[in-house]
Design a protein around this ligand. Sequence first.
Ligand code: ADP
Length: 539
Amino acid sequence: MQQRQLTISSIIDYAAQVFGDAEVISRTIEGPIHRYTYRDCARRARQFAHTLDRLGLKPGDRVGGASWNHYRYLETFYGVTGIGAILHTINPRLFTEQLAYTVNHAEDRFIIADAACLPIFEACRDLLKGVEAYIVLTDAAAMPNTGLQNVYCYDEILQGADEQFPWREVDEWTGSALCYTSGTTGDPKGVLYSHRSCVLNAYAFNTPNGVGVGFKDALMPVVPFFHGNGWGIPFAGPMAGANLVLPGCDMEMGKLHELIVGEDVTVALAVPTVWLSMLEHLRQTGSNLGRLAKIVTGGAAPPRAMISEYESDYGVTISHAWGMTETSAATTYSHPPNGVSEKAALDIRATQGRPVYGSEIRVVDDADKPIVPEFGTPGEIRARGYWVASDYYKTPDKPAVDANGWLITGDIGLIGSDGNLRLTDRTKDVIKSGGEWISSIDLENAAAGHPDIVEAAVIAVPHERWQERPFLIVVRRQGSDVTAGDVLTWLSERVAKWWLPEDAVFINEIPHTGTGKIDKVALRKQFAVGKSGFATGET
Ligand code: ADP
């Protein structure tokens, strides 16, 4: 067989040649809808590659990207990787210090950002020592005023660049994209994807056991491209020749709905919180979802009732996917087999599903021994495969894999005899609210900094809209009459607004495990009382 490297540039070339008329439709940051084709996208991506080359970017160099999903950002996935450089996708929701840490750790030479994301760099520009220039993803007319130095306008620097600029030949194991996971405590850890892993992951995404996408589809990633390499969509969409519908930064349900119906979207992807809000919008407006046939949701478990309502009332099936930044996002998908009852099908849709070819999962016990699925015993989930991380970027002291080479996921669950994964818990001490991480330990430290607080613990409690919210449990200093309101006000000055716990309760003593850690299991038992919510008030 011919020796052809699996490279990202081959994807956009294929899309331009074979599905050159397929459209990329974007809601721009400026507001209006922009449409063009994969042919246009490939042409401009080459121009951007040429521009970066002219600016002196070398293979292996890193470029930070902070943007919502739109066509210009899509071009950069190909432009940057097309010269052998690495696109570091930045989550603009990160705190200033975390964001600065990732940019400095990645040693980003350039930052590309849309105008909506520029203020976060303005806020920490003095911390970003290695950044040589900023490229704003807009045209000359919409260039914002900024105090940043060396700022270029994307559309302007593309002018006159070579539309035929040849992609640099790269080995398929070369790094292509870098995404930091900020899930746990300590500094964020980088996951470096290779060309090969991105191509294979996109292949799997498009197969029916994955998302199942072809050229007749219109694919809408509501999930931002900065999450887990855009869940592979920047590559899977063009590879399938599907239309891509990119919603920009406007997450208002009416606006998303307008795109779904107006652009004949057939497959859409987002975290469960988005689909819960969309359901509310549909109920209120009495509207339908047009040609939408499939929703893929992940990042958190969707409520069973939601899966059922989409199917019965709107004819849309929900496939539930599981994965993480380290597994190039989704690597298992839930699909019920033919011929099972409605209830059994729903049961399977509500699991995290089975691995798609190219990845494997297993459950291990405390001694790292695999647990036989039929035993139905929960344990820690481990993963390996063509798009699963082997280590963290420039972080040799934090291994990503166990002694057997399987990724340590920090998720607890079991694999049923039907092969479907069912998550039951997490070892990672974090809260996932609306698809974004909240560190319980950071919250605890901030709360414990209050002069009248002796100790603080934060647990996740179920929440209908956000899936999880932080719940604060505190021990007050003897003789103090500090109130829950006081503690929350204190916290509001120290953490992001969306991190603020719903409530704070006081207890006399926080339970500890034998090793002196806060016993979260005991606290969850004590405070998470069924579906109705949780016990509040003094105990
Ligand atoms: P992403 O950006 O794709 O959400 P992260 O690395 O931030 O990736 O988060 C991954 C974690 O999110 C998983 O380890 C797991 O705890 C949780 N998660 C992901 N998918 C699911 C799911 N389908 N059901 C429940 N939890 C999930």
